[in-house]
Design a protein around this ligand. Structure first.
Ligand SMILES: Cc1cc2nc3c(=O)[nH]c(=O)nc-3n(C[C@H](O)[C@H](O)[C@H](O)COP(=O)(O)OP(=O)(O)OC[C@H]3O[C@@H](n4cnc5c(N)ncnc54)[C@H](O)[C@@H]3O)c2cc1C
Length: 382
């Protein structure tokens, strides 16, 4: 049934952690989320214990701009390595939580980069108070979101979004829509102040249940001029648009780490860790996971350098493709390692594997690899 009520923030986060403490804060939040993982494997509820831990650790506030008390995590180049470690940790604690947090960070990257000072200040204050942000772009062509101009700079929305992670839970969403001239314009929708019914039940996938990636109907929503975010075309501006893929890859890698950990515990319980074949599999998994971490470090290094937007996007496409391969390799080896006995619910291997398999399906994977190949070819011919 469609929902119009959005859970109000209930915790009092007391400021973002220092930049040097971000990873430790993420590890603590991830441990809380992992401890509650079995009970939050449901399409009915978002992963509240993990979300509460993100808030109380100051991690909802951390991506806000430093001028407004945040750390600029996700936006400032010298924090990219820490950002990826944080996202990896949260993904380790739970992939649905990681998906929600990655959307939150993505929203702040867009607000910090394209928003007015007033929008940045308000967003920072909202995050400090516990609001969860998201970015909802995916739509079905027949009901794509359109934005109509109204007097006073206001805008009237028509259409709906699907795959909206945190539908019914996110209270601030960056929602791009088409202007009458066909240009794409971002809006920042205060979901607790407008009537945009969320339908979390639209989300029937077996994996990533608690991400509640449902449908939200924006038909008839009227936005103030202050909700218009950035300029037409900003949403897909490079290198941010493609470069952002490294953030979801970091969450995916955290999921693969959790899967490997769950498999190792399963083998230990069955006293099967001494078998040489299992040890070889675990060796291959260890190599794969380290490969993923090195790609994240490489992406952070490049983004912090004077590399061109083209170099950054090509590297991001390689990194996400490499990490997808890492995760698929880990999934296959873990399945073989634990066998059917390890894949029967309520096994953590089954749960994390089910989430990871779906969360790996992020947009346009073939296009990403093709773009990486094109960039490689043009370097060879330069
Ligand atoms: C758990 C989860 C949460 C999500 N949350 C959000 C969210 O909060 N906000 C949001 O905006 N989106 C969200 N998404 C959606 C996501 O970002 C992607 O938009 C979505 O996964 C795209 O999937 P797709 O299968 O439609 O397309 P793609 O991944 O683009 O395509 C799938 C396959 O089809 C092939 N293909 C594509 N086009 C063609 C063609 N014309 N002809 C032949 N083959 C083609 C591709 O090569 C690819 O192999 C979420 C997705 C998941 C899985």
């Amino acid at each position: 049934m469609p929902l119009t009520l959005h859970a109000p923030p209930v915790h009092n986060g007391d400021g973002a952690p220092a930049a040097s403490d971000l990873t430790a804060a993420a590890r603590r939040a991830a441990d809380v989320a992992a401890a509650h993982e079995a009970e939050t494997d449901s399409r009915e509820h978002p992963p509240e214990p993990g979300l509460a831990a993100l808030h109380s650790e100051g991690l909802l506030h951390a991506p806000a701009a430093p001028s407004y008390g945040g750390r600029g995590m996700g936006t400032l180049p010298d924090l990219h390595a820490a950002t990826y470690r944080v996202l990896c940790e949260i993904g380790r604690g739970g992939l649905p939580l990681g998906r929600l947090y990655e959307g939150h960070v993505n929203a702040f990257v867009l607000i910090n980069t394209y928003g007015t000072a007033e929008q940045q200040a308000r967003a920072a204050e909202d995050a400090r108070r516990g609001h969860l942000f998201g970015v909802w772009n995916t739509e079905i062509p027949s009901e794509a979101v359109r934005l109509g101009a109204m007097p006073g700079g206001r805008m009237r929305m028509e259409g709906a979004k699907v795959f909206c992670s945190g539908a019914g839970r996110v209270t601030r969403a960056v929602v791009p829509g088409d202007l009458p001239d066909g240009q794409r314009q971002m809006t920042l929708v205060p979901l607790d102040e407008v009537d945009a019914p969320a339908d979390p039940a639209w989300w029937r996938a077996e994996g990533m249940r608690a991400s509640q990636s449902g449908r939200v109907d924006f038909d008839g929503v009227v936005l103030d001029a202050s909700a218009v975010l950035g300029m037409p075309g900003d949403y897909t501006r490079q290198p941010l648009f493609t470069g952002g893929a490294v953030r979801f890859a970091a969450v995916q890698l955290g999921g693969a780490e959790a899967l490997a950990q769950a498999a190792a515990e399963h083998l230990q319980r069955l006293r099967r860790t001494e078998h040489p074949v299992q040890q070889i599999r675990m060796g291959e998994i260890a190599v794969a996971l380290e490969t993923g971490r090195l790609w994240l470090d490489g992406a952070a290094r490049l983004e912090g350098s004077d590399a061109s937007p083209d170099e950054i996007t090509a590297y991001a496409d390689m990194a996400r493709s490499a990490i997808e391969r890492v995760c698929l390799d880990v999934l296959e080896r873990v399945d073989r390692a634990v066998g059917a006995r390890g894949l029967v619910p309520p096994s953590r291997v089954e749960k994390v594997g089910r989430d990871l398999r779906l969360y790996l399906r992020q947009p346009n994977p073939d296009g990403a690899l093709a773009h990486a190949g094109e960039a490689f070819l043009s370097r060879l011919h330069a």
